[in-house]
Design a protein around this ligand. Structure first.
Ligand code: LLP
Length: 459
């Protein structure tokens, strides 16, 4: 974060503008955020692409430096996916983890090589499996025995031999929010190592003429601030890979430890990317060697730690309210529609006034959104005395914000502006009211009629 002294005064607007002489302004990705708020409107998602690239490189460099075998970094698209980001990820040499037909379709439309796409999901539809097969995705990660039956039938009907990984539930209870924990045996994801389902799946895949088993996958959870759950999962996957190698009389090719590295929202202190790569790289290399296995391709699937801290959301302050009981509310023009994470996970955030970034906090606010319920965005936010028209900047909103936004209260979703080399570029435009009406089968659509008439006139 850095700030710069205020350029020329604000243009007149609907709301009173803050005085630009009051202090310094927040820069993000080398751009003046107050200026971006005026130019693109608020709420507005910003993404510092230079930081995203740096994170992609940190993962690739880290694995190359600390793991003596081949490695592969797979970006988890569910954290944030735009056409621009697909291209960036491809340029940085990462693979892409997609979880739905929608993500596959955007990846394909952006020109992402399907051979470098890996498809996840605990209940992929038949249509999604067929789409993935037809596109030629590089890996399909099988989550259950029943899914394997269906996948095999689809592959056979399309005459395609599909490389697959098996997602296992390693039985690791990661210390994170219960909704973000996915490696336990008693969970919906994956084939439990315990009880024989994962072993049965190895036999089943090996017997199939249409599936080519390449390796084992596990993802134990998200927003992890220690590496121990990942290391424990790695140990269990290595043991299982050793069992599979003995069973199949040949080692598998790959071991995928999933994503999960946490980021700093307020006061968390997750290990840096390089430390994760060092710990996992060394542990996997020595674990494989001690089991007499070759150095399999080591895969990781980070999402949040690639894009999370590169994101910033800008809101315009509508006003403040002091209650008789002494509470101070600050209302902004977004909320749970663009960020459902406080409501879902009790997530906490840091924020500053972007247009007065150098002023020290003098009081504490509850930052509330515009949606029709409590919609508490930040429960306790130290700020200077806020005024209508100030720009509130909330940090660490790159992952699972744009991706999880909704149209609650029929509020259009924000635009996303990418910042690169100190320049802004519209990456996703703001939704319009027309976008919102488009799916209403019960409306006559005057604009469609007009378009039809226009084209009828042309022909
Ligand atoms: N691989 C698999 C199979 C996953 O399920 C996930 C995330 C990842 C990789 C990437 O994990 P990351 O590196 O981003 O932690 N909506 C929640 C997060 C859900 C994560 C789901 N799976 C949130 O807002 O915190």
């Amino acid at each position: 974060m850095s700030s710069t002294h205020a350029p020329p005064g604000a243009r007149p607007g609907r709301r009173p503008r803050p005085s630009s002489a009051a202090g310094a302004r927040l820069l993000w990705g080398g751009c003046d955020t107050t200026h971006l708020a005026r130019r693109y409107g608020t709420p507005l998602y910003l993404l510092d692409e230079d930081m995203v690239r740096e994170r992609c490189r940190a993962y690739r460099r880290g694995l190359e430096a600390h793991y003596p075998g081949p490695s592969r970094v797979v970006y988890a698209a569910k954290a944030l996916l735009t056409a621009d980001l697909c291209r960036l990820v491809a340029q940085e040499g990462l693979w892409l983890d997609a979880t739905s037909g929608g993500e596959l379709t955007l990846a394909r439309a952006s020109g992402f090589d399907p051979a470098r796409v890996l498809m996840h999901g605990n209940n992929k539809t038949t249509a999604e499996m067929r789409l993935a097969l037809r596109m030629g995705v590089g890996r399909l990660v099988v989550d259950s025995l029943w899914e394997m039956d269906e996948l095999e039938a689809a592959a056979a009907s399309l005459g395609r031999i599909q490389p697959v990984m098996l997602r296992v539930a390693p039985g690791v209870d990661a210390p994170t929010h219960a909704y973000l924990r996915t490696g336990q045996a008693e969970g919906k994801f994956g084939l439990p190592l315990e009880g024989g389902a994962a072993a049965a799946a190895v036999d089943r895949a090996a017997a199939s003429p249409w599936l080519k088993l390449t390796g084992i996958h596990a993802h134990v959870g998200s927003q992890l601030v220690t590496l121990e759950p990942l290391l424990e999962s790695a140990r269990r996957l290595i043991d299982f890979s050793a069992w599979a190698a003995a069973r199949l009389k040949a080692p598998l090719d790959e071991i995928n430890l999933g994503g999960g590295l946490g980021i700093r929202y307020t006061d968390e202190a997750p290990p840096p990317v390089d430390e994760l790569c060092r710990s996992l790289g060394q542990a996997v290399a020595s674990g494989l060697r001690s089991r007499g296995l070759p150095l399999l391709t080591l895969m990781v699937e980070p999402g949040r730690s690639i894009v999370g801290e590169a994101g910033l959301t800008l809101y315009t302050v509508g006003g403040t309210k002091e209650t008789p009981g002494g509470l101070a509310f600050l209302s902004v023009d977004g909320g749970m529609g663009d960020n459902p994470r406080p409501a879902l996970y009790g997530a906490r955030y840091r924020a500053v006034l972007a247009n007065r970034a150098a002023e020290p906090p003098t009081r504490r606010y509850q930052v509330v959104g515009r949606y029709c319920e409590g919609d508490l965005l930040i429960a306790d936010c130290p700020l200077p005395e806020a005024r209508p028209g100030d720009i509130l900047a909330v940090f660490a909103t790159g992952a699972y914000h744009h991706a999880m936004a909704s149209n609650y209260n029929l509020v259009p979703r924000p635009a996303l502006v990418a910042l690169s080399g100190g320049r802004p570029r519209l990456s996703v435009r703001r939704e319009t009211y027309r976008d919102l009406l488009r799916r209403e089968a019960g409306l006559s659509r005057p604009w469609q009629r007009r378009r039809r008439t226009a084209s009828a006139t042309r022909t």
